[in-house]
Design a protein around this ligand. Sequence first.
Ligand SMILES: Cc1cc2nc3c(=O)[nH]c(=O)nc-3n(C[C@H](O)[C@H](O)[C@H](O)COP(=O)(O)OP(=O)(O)OC[C@H]3O[C@@H](n4cnc5c(N)ncnc54)[C@H](O)[C@@H]3O)c2cc1C
Length: 533
Amino acid sequence: MDYVIIGGGAGACVLAERLSRHPDCQVCLLEAGPADTNPLIHAPAGVLPLMHSRRLNWALHTTPQTELNERRLFWPRGKTLGGSSAINAMCCTRGQPQDYDGWAAEDKSLSGWDFPSLLPHFRAIEDHPLGPSPLHGESGPITISKLRSTNPLSHAFVEAAQEAGLPANSDFNGAQQAGAGFYHVMQRDGQRCSNARAFLHPALERPNLHVLTSAQVQRLEMKNQRCTAVHYISRGKHHRVPVAVEALLCAGAIHTPQLLMLSGIGPEQELTQHSIPVKLALPGVGANLQDHLDISVIWHEQRHHGISLHPRYWPRGYSALKEYLNQHQGELTSNLAEAGGFVATDSSSARPDVQLHFLPAVEVKHGRKLGPTMRYFGYTLRACLLRPASRGHIGLHSAKPSDRPRIDPRYLSEPQDMAGMLRALEAAREIMHQPSLCKLGKKEWQPGPGVTDKSAMKRDIRQRAESIYHPVGTCRMGSDAMAVVDPELRLHGLDNVRVVDASIMPTLISGNTTMPVTAIASRAADLILQKGF
Ligand SMILES: Cc1cc2nc3c(=O)[nH]c(=O)nc-3n(C[C@H](O)[C@H](O)[C@H](O)COP(=O)(O)OP(=O)(O)OC[C@H]3O[C@@H](n4cnc5c(N)ncnc54)[C@H](O)[C@@H]3O)c2cc1C
C-alpha cells in the first residue's frame, strides 16, 4: 500500500477521499469499529442512544479527577466510519480566527496554520445554507443545514439570551462569533452528514481505496527511521499491511498517542514503565491534553413543550418517528443541542470565552442517566469554558493494545479555570432567569435555588461538571522539544509518518472541533500531495 490511514474518523475520511483521487495511488484505511450502517447514526436524535452504545462508541473514562471530587468523567468517542463525527451533536462551529492566528504567533514555524491560510479549506469543505461569501463556501462535501425542527423552548432561549444582553447571531461562523442563536448543523436532507457520508462514501467504489472495518491497529513496525508496516487485528486474526510511502495516524487525540507509545515512540519513562522498547524518544507524545469542561443549568417546565421520555411524550414521540421515517422531517431531525451562543464573560477581553449549548430536554450525565429524562419535561443550558489553561496527558495502563489508554485531563488544575467556570455558570443562570424562559419554566432543578454563594457554586461545579467531548493537543505540532509533529504534520524523527487528527492542535480552539479537524485534514492532504504522486 502507498498510504495506510490508521482510523476512519473525521480527519481520516478527508485523506482517504483526497489521496484516492489519484488512480495510481493505493490507499488503505483501517478502522477499529464497524461500518456506519446503524440507523441511529443517521437519525440526528440518535445522538442520545449512541451515548449508550458499546459497539459504536469507545465509551472511555478519565482517571479520578482531583479537582472534581475524584470523579471519573465519561469520554464518548466514535468507533465506526466517520469516527466521532458519526456520533456527535452536529453543531457546526469553527472557533475564532484568533485561535489559529495564535498558533502562528506563538510559533513562527506554524505561519501556514493561521486563519487566512485555513479559511480556503473551511470554505472548500462546506456546502453552506447561506450561500457563497468571503467566509462561506458552496458545493463542498459537508452539507451544512439549518435545523428542520426547532423546539419552542429553543426559541425562548434565544429570546432570553437577548433579554440578558447578548446580540442575536444567525451565523456563529460569520463576521462575529458573539451572541445567541440556532446552530447550523452538519446534516443533509434531515439526516446526519458525518465525514464518512461527506467524503468517504462517494469514494468507496474506487478500486484503489481499500477500507477495512473491524480492523484494530496494534502498532507501527519501524526500520531505519521509517514505518515499514502497520499491524492490526481483525476478527481475532493478526495482519500486517506494508507501507510504501506513508503511514497516516488519524485515530484521534486519545488513541493516536496510545498507538505511538505502543510502537515504542513517546516519553521514555512511560515506555520503560510498561517494558516497551524505546524506538524513538519523543517526550511530547500524550502531553498537552486539553478539553472543554462544562456545567449545566437545568429547569423543569410546566407546558410540556420539551423532548422527554415521560409517558406524556410517547404519542408525540411516535408521531415524530413516523414523520422522520416518512419524510426526514420533525423532532427526530433535532440534534437536541439546537441553540446556543458565545459570551464574553471576562471583563478584561471582548473575546467570547464561554460557549452555550441549549437542549429542550432534561439532560443529566450526557443523557446516560435516563431517570430524570423519563420523569420530567424541562430544558438544559450547558456552559463551557472555551480556552482552559489546565493541561493533562494520555498515558498507558499497559503495553496491551486491547487495554484502554490512561486519560488524565487534570481538569481545573489551573486556578483560573475554576474562576472561568464560575463565570460560565453565572452567565448561564442569568439567561435562564430572563422572562422568556421563566414564563415557561417551573423551577431551577440543578444547581438548585439553594446554590447561591461562590463556595456553593464551586462545590456544585466539582460535583457535576462534565466533558463536552473536545479533547485535542496530544501530538502537538511545532518546532520545540515538546512538539510531536512538524508544521507539515510529519512526526519528528521519522521519515514517513504523519498525524492528521485533533491531536495536532497546539491549543484548543474556541468552539466545536469537527470542522477544525476537517479543515486541518484538507490542508494536510495538500501537504501530502504537494510533491505529486
Ligand atoms: C458525543 C460527542 C459529541 C460531539 N459534538 C460535536 C459537535 O456537536 N460539533 C463538533 O464540531 N464536534 C463535536 N464533537 C467533537 C468531534 O466529533 C471530534 O472532535 C472529531 O470527530 C475528532 O476527529 P478526529 O479525526 O480527531 O477523531 P475521530 O473522529 O474520533 O476518529 C478517530 C477514529 O479512529 C478510530 N480508531 C481509534 N483507535 C484505533 C485503532 N487502534 N485502530 C483503528 N482505528 C482506530 C476510531 O474508532 C475513530 O473512528 C463531539 C464528539 C463527541 C464524542
